[in-house]
Design a protein around this ligand. Structure first.
Ligand code: BV8
Ligand code: ZN
Length: 247
């Protein structure tokens, strides 16, 4: 981990941008199942039945139920050491640090993260299908719920497949352009455009670091691979980065 930290600090330099993208793997140790691991979310709930606008139009109750179950579970779990280690990196790199997540849980925020770019939406928010008003929503959501401003139907504030992710116009390009170190943590790299961000940074000469239970050695984009559970790898990396930075 010493060498990895040294390479990361050299690449980051004095003012280089450091950006992280996380996926379901960083919340796995908190007890939230991932999508594609065995027994994952999509096994019992195929994408086309619960995570597309067509599914919501065809069978809204099935979609509401899927997100109600996940919203209820979120209230019973806590952030883990991986989430907390990323807050240490945020403090170490300051303004030049950005956190993008594909996750819809609030565990980064509950661990103390300052600014989280939820590119696939948030489980604890609902959106009006008519006026697009977004409100905090922590309880069950159903067909009976109506928008407080226009009485339109409320849907989960989640980016479904075929829908355009959030923050693609400004914040995500700002986090990736000129980025010197890009961490891809706990994601299978299957879903685009999220999975394409590391390639953009790599093509521009940034150092891409993969943190995963099973890293992808064949993937030329990731020059550095830290294999293991994020809840163990990230705290060890944060220790090294802090000590080599003299913190
Ligand atoms: C878009 C919200 C156009 C829902 C999600 C064909 C037809 C239609 C579309 C497409 C197509 N081909 C490609 C597409 C595009 C499509 C896509 O990529 N599909 C894939 C399936 C092929 N993408 C879209 O539709 C996107 N929109 O393209 O719009 C556009 C775009 C730009 C500009 C103009 C137009 C929208 C995609 C968003 C979908 N919504 N989430 C919900 O959460 O219910 S995606 C969903 O899967 C999650 O949000 C998550 O982000 C995503 C990826 O999953 P991961 O996070 O990577 O999780 P996974 O289980 O896969 O992997 C976990 C990893 O963790 C594993 O590697 C594992 O080893 C590791 N791990 C496990 N434990 C640990 C660990 N690592 C470390 N420590 C541990 N302890
Ligand atoms: Zn409305």
């Amino acid at each position: 981990m010493k060498d990895a930290a040294q390479r990361i600090l050299e690449a980051a330099g004095q003012g280089g941008r450091v950006t992280v993208i996380t996926g379901a793997g960083i919340s796995a140790e908190s007890g939230i199942s991932t999508f594609r691991d065995s027994g994952g979310l999509w096994e019992e709930n195929p994408i086309e039945e619960v995570a597309t606008p067509e599914a919501f139009a065809a069978n809204p109750s099935r979609v509401y139920d899927f997100y109600n179950a996940r919203r209820a579970q979120l209230g019973t779990v806590e952030p883990n050491e991986g989430h907390r280690a990323l807050v240490r990196l945020e403090r170490l790199f300051g303004e030049r640090f950005s956190l993008i997540t594909q996750n819809v849980d609030d565990l980064h925020e509950r661990a103390g993260a300052g600014r989280v770019l939820h590119m696939h939406g948030e489980l604890y928010k609902a959106r009006c299908v008519d006026c697009a008003g977004v409100v905090e929503w922590k309880e069950e959501l159903s067909l009976a719920d109506a928008c407080g401003s226009c009485s339109g139907r409320m849907r989960p504030h989640i980016v479904w497949f075929g829908e355009i992710p959030f923050h693609l116009e400004k914040d995500i390009p700002a986090a990736c352009n000129g980025c010197r170190v890009f961490f891809s943590i706990g994601t299978s790299g299957v879903v685009y455009p999220a999975a394409g961000l590391a390639g953009l940074v790599h093509a521009a000469g940034g150092l891409c670091v993969e943190v995963n239970l099973e890293t992808s050695p064949g993937n030329p984009v990731f020059e550095l691979q830290l294999e293991g559970p994020a809840g163990e790898v990230l705290p060890a990396l944060a220790d090294e980065l802090e000590s080599q930075s003299g913190c």
